[in-house]
Design a protein around this ligand. Structure first.
Ligand code: HEC
Length: 128
């Protein structure tokens, strides 16, 4: 390509590169967290033990996130949060890493399922 053609095409090329970047939400280059209210609180509290990817690759309702946090608190040494901090974290996670849209339908409630012939005893229903 001659320099002249490149110069003429450059604005279109730059646009083609920038538009998709712009369309996506802005993310923190360090962690990949979507930048929005509360993201720094999440970054400060959720990347000490494992990669931020473990967080950003997960998705779930607010309830599911709370369940995961409780699980880490009970079994993995995650510290307790002041109520306000936990609210900030859950608001952020539910907003930016909520249930995947267009994914599979939610599971049927147990009342709509046939009896499981392999089930030995009543299992408690998990949250999430
Ligand atoms: C004190 C250490 C610690 C901190 C801090 C921590 N986690 Fe974890 N987390 C763990 C451990 C340990 C695992 C299990 C990792 C594995 O299975 O390899 C885990 C797993 C996870 C998983 C995967 C759960 C699954 O179902 O597979 C998610 C999601 C997660 N953490 C999110 C978070 C979020 C959000 C925060 C901040 C509120 C956080 N973690 C802070 C220790 C921690």
């Amino acid at each position: 390509m001659s320099a002249r053609i490149v110069r003429r095409l450059l604005p279109a090329l730059v646009l083609a590169l920038l538009v998709p970047l712009n369309a996506a939400a802005e993310t923190d280059p360090d962690t990949g967290f979507v930048i929005g209210p509360g993201w720094e609180t999440v970054k400060n509290n959720c990347t000490a033990c494992h990669s931020a990817k473990l967080v950003t690759q997960n998705a779930g309702s607010r309830n599911r996130w709370q369940y995961i946090i409780r699980w880490m608190q009970e079994t993995q040494g995650l510290w307790q949060f002041p109520a306000e901090t936990e609210k900030v974290i859950l608001d952020y996670l539910a907003e930016h890493y909520g249930p995947k849209k267009g994914a599979r339908r939610p599971p049927l409630p147990p009342s709509m399922l046939p009896d499981n012939p392999y089930k030995k005893k009543e299992a408690g229903a998990d949250a999430g």
